[in-house]
Design a protein around this ligand. Structure first.
Ligand SMILES: *[C@@H]1O[C@H](CO)[C@@H](O)[C@H](O)[C@H]1NC(C)=O
Ligand SMILES: *[C@@H]1O[C@H](CO)[C@@H](O)[C@H](O)[C@H]1NC(C)=O
Ligand SMILES: [Ca+2]
Ligand SMILES: [Ca+2]
Length: 211
């Protein structure tokens, strides 16, 4: 499936629903650098681009670095939807582009009793994280406003089609009007719950049971 489609369907914000919980160990946040200018701060549902190094607290071993290992690119993820460990979802809120933080994450908010790869069970983790970029998440209020070209608080098929066209362009895929129409029909089948031919702000924002 293509990126635009993924962007559209990908996100469930069940993570927002926070019921009563037992007290849990918290993430310790140290701000290592805060830029002078802060145009916008991260919030749940935003897409974040970060560079990071991860260390075991026990002996200081670095288990990953996005700068040195792998393809050396910073990584994208969506904040607050458990795409990453809980410690990141909690520790990277209200952050400015250019800001650097050190997070100390207890095992329950990291990889827990199992551990993962180079990370042994019950490890406290230390991350140095630099925020490179913030983008509107697929289900954010800002995304909706961007798509709602005539500001009537609902998305028409034309508006969704226009959005797809722009998304495809942005990702370098050739535009294919027939294909987009098929996608639009598919999207409306899933998202237009009351079948009025529009996706309302409410239908857009709140995800139903599937996913
Ligand atoms: C640090 O701890 C990890 C996990 O227990 C182990 O694999 C690694 O060899 C240790 N490194 C050093 C330098 O002691
Ligand atoms: C456009 O998409 C349709 C439907 O997915 C496909 O059948 C057709 O081959 C595509 N056309 C081009 C030029 O890629
Ligand atoms: Ca509209
Ligand atoms: Ca509707």
């Amino acid at each position: 499936m293509l990126l635009a489609c993924l962007t559209w369907f990908a996100t469930s914000f069940s993570a927002y629903a926070s019921g009563a919980k037992l007290p849990e160990p918290e993430v310790k946040i140290d701000v290592l650098y805060r830029p002078f200018l802060c145009h916008r701060k991260t919030k749940l549902g935003d897409m974040l681009l970060v560079h990071y190094e991860g260390f075991l607290e026990s002996n200081g071993t670095m288990f990953h670095s996005s700068r040195i290992l792998g393809d050396k690119h910073p990584v994208w993820f969506t904040l607050g939807i458990r795409e990453v460990i809980k410690g990141w979802d909690r520790g990277l809120q209200n952050m400015c582009v250019g800001e650097k933080r050190k997070l100390t994450i207890p095992p329950t908010l990291g990889y827990g009793k199992e551990g993962k790869g180079k990370i042994p069970p019950e490890s406290t983790l230390i991350f140095d994280i630099e925020l490179m970029e913030i983008r509107n998440g697929p289900r954010s209020h800002e995304s909706f406003q961007e798509m709602d070209l005539n500001d009537d608080w609902k998305l028409s098929k034309e508006e969704v089609k226009e959005y797809l066209r722009k998304e495809f362009e942005r990702h370098g895929y050739p535009a294919n009007s027939t294909h987009h129409e098929v996608m639009v029909e598919d999207i409306f089948k899933k998202e237009d719950e009351d079948n009025d031919g529009f996706i309302s702000a409410r239908e857009f924002t709140y995800k139903h049971d599937e996913l």
